[in-house]
Write a protein that binds this ligand. Structure first.
Ligand code: PMP
Ligand code: GLN
Length: 382
């Protein structure tokens, strides 16, 4: 190479999900690492896709997404959280939540802006903030309860704080924010210009009768929030990469300025099919019961193992401490589990501040019972 490049993200490697899924394949291991179901989506949804293709919904969709789908989502948001969003101005269909998050950050974050991120955190927030010159301000939540210390948040807010990123139900910990957490947040940002990016991709995966505390339920938070959602999680189609962003008109205007040039518009036949499928709310309302049964099955299968755990409150991830088995680094232990025992998991330290090791692994239970039973047999042998 006769020229030099200066990386904008010099310290960034490949995501842990790609690494672990690749290793799982290489070692033919049971894959409870990357979060995706190993069972197919509902046949009805697939039939709608075929219909969408046959009826020739095959050209560009509108920039913000199919208006029929956005109207359905506006209605769903009202029914779920009592909040009114305009289908025309305040909802945009995106290429998964990843693009919604990227676009939201890039539309608002400038050089030297501070963005508060709670650690452990899903891995796409910080690189995106850094790409636009922003500074992630990291606040730790500690295993195994992963609670937010709001006093610490208050202490970390400065005149440079531009945005706070929250994620509930939370990946990787499987915990959820309570109403009191959102009220604390609301109080902290009142009379500031701080924006909230609320990643709610697991809104319908919440257990034991808990209610999802969307920022959309809190008008004073909603007025300054961009919320991201993913059909991949809700309808077992992570490979489709279709999601959406919801925000008040003034914020959405800025979001769309970026959206129109980083994607312009999203896969048309999939949007058409999703709108048809969404006409029956039970398709998403039954999700919590569906995954709670899987969580309970998995926990029942490993109840005599040496793992220590608190049942996941939401998401399809169960975290557990393995410190009764070994005090090896979680990244080493996870590698050993793949190579020697045939089980792929995610070491939680990769999401932690300074990769702090708390001897925790994350297991994805969005799997067939037979897969979970095979994984449990390995876990019980440790
Ligand atoms: N946020 C969180 C917390 C996630 O776990 C994921 C992963 N699926 C995403 C965002 C990205 O969602 P999508 O696959 O729709 O891009
Ligand atoms: N959200 C998924 C997880 O946490 C992975 C998404 C990805 O591979 N980027 O496992």
């Amino acid at each position: 190479m006769n020229f030099s490049i200066e990386s904008k993200l010099p310290n960034l490697g490949t995501t842990i999900f790609t690494k672990m899924s690749k290793l799982a394949q290489e070692y033919n291991a049971i894959n409870l690492s990357q979060g995706f179901p190993d069972f197919p989506p509902n046949q009805k949804l697939l039939e709608f896709v075929k219909q969408g293709l046959d009826e020739n919904h095959n050209q560009y969709a509108p920039l913000a997404g199919l208006i029929s789908l956005r109207k359905t989502l506006a209605e769903k948001l009202f029914k779920s959280y009592g909040s009114r969003y305009s289908a025309e101005e305040e909802i945009t269909i995106t290429t998964g939540a990843t693009q919604a998050i990227f676009t939201a950050i890039s539309a608002f974050i400038r050089k030297d802006d501070e963005v508060i991120v709670f650690k452990p955190a899903y891995d796409c927030y910080e690189p995106t903030i850094e790409l636009y010159g922003g500074k992630p301000i990291l606040i730790e939540m500690k295993a195994p309860t992963y609670k937010i210390d709001w006093q610490e948040v208050s202490a970390k807010i400065t005149s440079k704080t531009k945005m706070i990123v929250i994620n509930t139900p939370h990946n990787p910990s499987g915990t959820v924010l309570a109403k009191e957490d959102l009220l604390q947040l609301q109080q902290l940002v009142e009379n500031t210009n701080i924006l909230i990016l609320s990643d709610e991709v697991y809104e319908h995966l919440i257990y034991d009768g808990k209610e999802h505390q969307s920022v959309a339920r809190f008008p004073k938070l909603a007025e300054r929030s961009l919320i991201t959602y993913s059909f991949g999680k809700t309808f077992h189609v992570t490979g489709w990469k279709v999601g959406y962003c919801v925000a008040p008109e003034e914020l959405m205007k800025e979001f769309r300025k970026v959206h129109q040039y980083n994607v312009f518009c999203v896969n048309h036949p999939m949007q058409w099919a999703l709108n048809e499928y969404l006409q029956k709310p039970e398709h998403y309302l039954e999700l919590s019961a569906f995954y709670q049964e899987r969580r309970d099955y998995f926990l029942q299968q490993i109840k005599n193992s040496r793992l220590e755990l608190i049942p996941a409150q939401g998401t399809y991830f169960q975290t557990a401490s393995y410190k009764n088995i070994t005090t090896e680094k979680d990244t080493d232990f996870a590698l050993k589990l793949i190579k020697e025992k045939g089980l792929a998991t995610i070491p939680v330290s990769v999401f932690n501040k300074n990769q702090k090791d708390e001897f925790m692994l994350r297991f994805c239970f969005a799997k067939k019972k037979e897969t979970l039973a095979k994984a449990a047999a390995i876990i019980n042998s440790l």
